[in-house]
Design a protein around this ligand. Structure first.
Ligand code: NDP
Length: 331
């Protein structure tokens, strides 16, 4: 009889009512793919919270093993690029949405979606970074491609205590940026300054409807919040500055005007981690391994067991998670 492993399974009944449970699967249950991976670590991102709670329709194949990120060891491969024993990493590509993902002891995937685990990172550290941290790096790279450098003025990070926000603060401050952190949890100010923020801005200062143009404050921004927050960040961005928009924790609307774009040359730059091309993600992960301070990553990471995934997913949607969560499958 084949060995079983634990999995989180999200199902839907005939009335389209969603439920979630921990179950046992075997390798034979897994979806098609050319590389099989023993999952050593995974994580809980905001999108995983949406999948498990059903708050937004991110799951598009039923039943679904969620988990948009995983790191582990190849156990079987018909893809010439991967052999048994290789350490690999996966983020996005619709895994955990249309293809079974990281919340299981084993995963079967397309080799096109994998990248080798970067040198210097353990599977647990890679999941400490996860899609949230890799998106923070993609956002930094997007701002750099726009020609922005720290001498242009400060950068703002919204959703500062979240996964994207905490890693963005670490990366920007490492690169020499002065970082303003916008948060609804000012009691975490000490934590955020420890990561590299030099100014704390109350969330409410940016999250309410504001004016089309405000005082010019920051040269660059990384926004994981959307809605009025993004509109206000744009309205307060300095001439020829830019904002990387990667999230929607407040909302997916953008109640803004064109004024910052046409009167100040401000740019709004989109960031999509899910379908980012392989070269870009490989570069982002190489830079994460080289540039992210592992002591700070450790400070912003909480490690949980497999059985904690469902509760953690609910907590992230309620805005109760600080930083990043690693699910260590070997605990
Ligand atoms: P987290 O839940 O870890 O962080 C989100 C943070 O946003 C919270 O910690 C909180 O920060 C802030 N926040 C929460 N609710 C609100 C609200 N109503 N109004 C204003 N701020 C709020 O999520 P992640 O960091 O993992 O993801 C952040 C966003 O980025 C999500 O929308 C996610 O879907 C998106 N994302 C997009 C990706 C892409 O490819 N474009 C990839 C990864 C993530 P604080 O308490 O400090 O205020």
């Amino acid at each position: 009889m084949s060995e079983t492993f634990k999995a989180v399974l999200v199902s839907r009944d005939e009335d389209k009512t969603q439920s979630v449970a921990v179950t046992e699967l075997t390798e034979a249950d897994l979806m098609e793919g050319d590389v099989t991976v023993a999952v050593e670590a995974t994580t809980v991102n905001y999108k995983d919270g949406l999948a498990i709670t059903g708050k937004s329709p991110v799951v598009r194949h039923w039943p679904m093993v969620p988990g948009i990120d995983l790191a582990g060891t190849v156990t079987r491969s018909s893809d010439a690029r991967y052999a048994e024993g290789d350490k690999v990493l996966l983020n996005g590509w619709g895994v955990g949405e249309t293809h079974w993902g990281g919340y299981a002891g084993m995963a079967r995937l397309s080799g096109d979606w994998l990248i080798p685990l970067p040198d210097g990172l353990t599977p647990q550290q890679a999941m400490g970074v996860g899609t949230a941290g890799y998106t923070a790096m993609l956002s930094v790279m997007t701002l750099e491609r726009h020609g922005l450098t720290p001498d242009r003025g400060p950068a703002i990070v919204t959703g500062a205590n979240g996964g994207v926000g905490t890693v963005a603060i670490c990366l920007l401050s490492h690169l020499g940026w002065e970082v303003a952190a916008s948060t609804g949890r000012p009691e975490e100010a000490g934590f955020l300054t420890g990561l590299g923020a030099s100014e704390i801005i109350e969330r409410s200062e940016l999250s309410e409807p504001g004016r089309p143009l405000g005082k010019e404050r920051w040269a660059a921004g990384i926004d994981s919040v959307g809605s009025h927050t993004l509109a206000n960040v744009l309205a307060q961005t300095r001439r020829w500055g830019a904002v990387a928009a990667c999230g929607l924790a407040q909302g997916h609307d953008l109640p803004a005007t064109v004024m910052p774009f046409i009167l100040r040359g401000v740019a709004l730059l989109g960031v999509d981690s899910v379908m980012a091309p392989r070269e870009l993600r490989t570069e982002a992960w190489r830079r994460i391994a080289d540039e992210l301070d592992m002591a700070k990553l450790d400070a912003l990471t909480t490690t949980v067991d497999f059985d904690d995934i469902i509760d953690t997913a609910r907590a992230i949607i309620d805005g109760k998670i600080r930083g990043r969560v690693v699910v260590d499958m070997q605990r």
